[in-house]
Design a protein around this ligand. Structure first.
Ligand code: UD1
Ligand code: MG
Length: 451
């Protein structure tokens, strides 16, 4: 049986006080919508439909970036969650599998929870995800009778006895597609909010003699984001989980609370991450790596046994070979760096390919940008680049070649050659002392006012 996801993401999120649609605010480097999509992906859906409204173009682009096949449907007026689901009906016309409805602003539903919902669907027509709320506040309340879910009452419409219920609606629901759209079509806006509530489908289904139940999950999973404070809390919750998962997988975090992960960071076992390391999106780190304090990594791969930092910056497109060394105040970008190659101090290596066993002296810069275009630098295996070498790209230095310190390299250096490109040194005997005397005399004349 097939499965479709419908993710509701049309709301503006007024309480975010933002021009950016709420679901595009980021947690661990990814829009919260993408987190919701990732949760749904674990069920391998055949169709993903995103209901967009406010900022639909940007929301659609973010969704397609994650899932190129995602269908984006428009809800021009936000008239409630049932109305939102109804907008997805044409996109799923003829689809005869199950639908799971997720909210774009509820990013942390786990794969395990969704799997339990799918399992419960084998025995019930509708399955709703609920949670025991520490503070039920304004959540919809789940009215249960044994295992059966009788109805969902929105807070605004709830009587005092119903408000006393602590078992709340997360918003996630599962039902067969045809049934879902059929029920949604019967929902009215005759309620305190004047909206078409998706939650009403439960009572409608029960009145038809169909069955409904609720599956419970931890409240942390149903965390909804409505304000910047919620966003910060969600980020903190994500980081906490990511740190624990890394340590459980055999990674040492010397000071876990100071390490910042991205939604997709992958780190191999026996890697040591020192304090204040930040991972941007797209980083994979192999086993036995040392990531030293205050390093910033983004869109890069670090090979096993490498040592990075302290204070290193690996930018997108960096592919660092095994046992390589990147030292303090070194920046790399779009650079493939061979096994065991060392770039230990104060360098910029961008748009470059470096062979294995090379040594890049302090202060070396690949001058990759001419003001209009970017150019490539090639450095061979075992090459020795003298300190303060400027490599003006496009340029190549062959295997086993050397460049003299302070050289500006504008032409290719053949393998095994030594390139020197700097004015020859000239010594003028006694000249320093003479010059110093002259300067001192000038200063005392000036101090006396007759200079
Ligand atoms: C909803 C539930 C409530 C539940 C709570 C959990 C309903 C009627 N109520 O209330 O039972 O306890 O979530 O957080 O479903 N959206 C649209 N179009 C709309 C309206 C909403 O796309 O017309 C989207 C929003 O962007 C959001 C989601 O649906 O992602 C939920 O909407 P929201 O207004 O936050 O519902 P709640 O009042 O929180
Ligand atoms: Mg909400």
């Amino acid at each position: 049986m097939g499965l479709a996801l419908i993710i509701l993401a049309a709301g503006r999120g007024t309480r975010m006080k933002s021009d950016l649609p709420k679901v595009l605010h980021r947690i661990a480097g990814a829009p919260m919508l993408v987190h919701a999509m990732k949760a749904g992906e674990t069920l391998a859906p055949d169709e993903t439909v995103i209901v967009a409204g406010y900022g639909a173009e940007a929301v659609g682009a973010a969704a397609r970036d994650r899932a190129p096949d995602a269908r984006i449907v428009l809800q021009t007026e936000q008239r409630g969650t049932a109305h939102a689901v109804a907008q997805a009906a044409p996109a799923l016309d003829g689809f005869d599998g199950d639908v799971i409805v997720l909210f774009g602003d509820t990013p942390f539903i786990s794969a395990e929870t969704l799997a339990r919902m799918a399992e419960a669907r084998l025995h019930h027509d509708i399955v709703v995800l609920g949670f025991e709320a520490a503070d039920p506040a304004r959540y919809g309340r789940l009215v249960m009778h044994g295992d059966n879910l009788e109805r969902i009452v929105e807070f605004k419409d709830a009587r005092a006895t119903e408000r006393a219920i602590g078992f709340c609606n997360s918003g996630v629901m599962a039902a067969p597609a045809a049934l879902l759209f059929d029920l949604v079509a019967e929902v009215t806006d005759d309620n305190a909010g004047g909206e078409f509530y998706l939650t009403d489908i439960v009572a409608i289904a029960r009145a038809r003699g169909l069955s409904a139940t609720a599956v419970a999950c931890d409240e942390a999973e149903t965390l909804g984001i409505n304000s910047r404070t919620d966003l910060a809390a969600a980020e903190a919750a994500f980081q906490d989980r990511a740190r624990t998962m890394a340590m459980d997988a055999g990674v040492t975090l010397v000071n876990p609370n100071s390490v910042h992960f991205s939604h997709d960071t992958v780190i191999g076992r026996d890697t040591v991450v020192e304090p204040n390391v930040v991972f941007g999106p797209g980083v994979t780190v192999a086993e036995g790596v040392q990531l030293r304090a205050f390093s910033h990594l983004e869109g890069c791969h670090v090979g096993s046994g490498a040592i990075v930092g302290p204070y290193a910056r690996l930018r997108p497109g960096t592919d660092l070979g095994e046992e390589a060394r990147i030292g303090n105040f070194v920046e790399t970008k779009n650079a493939t760096i061979g096994t065991g190659t060392k770039i230990n101090h104060l360098s910029y290596i961008g748009d470059a390919t470096l062979g294995s066993g090379a040594n890049i002296g302090a202060g070396t810069i690949t001058c990759n940008y001419d003001g209009v275009m970017k150019h490539h630098t090639e450095i061979g295996a075992r090459a020795f680049i003298g300190s303060d070498t400027m490599l003006v790209a496009p340029v190549s230095v062959g295997d086993d070649a050397m460049t003299g310190s302070g050289s500006v390299i504008t032409r290719d250096v053949p393998g095994g050659a030594l390139a020197l490109s700097r004015p020859a040194q000239e010594n003028k005997p006694g000249m320093a002392r003479k010059l110093l005397e002259l300067l001192k005399k000038k200063k005392s004349q000036r101090d006396r006012g007759d200079g």
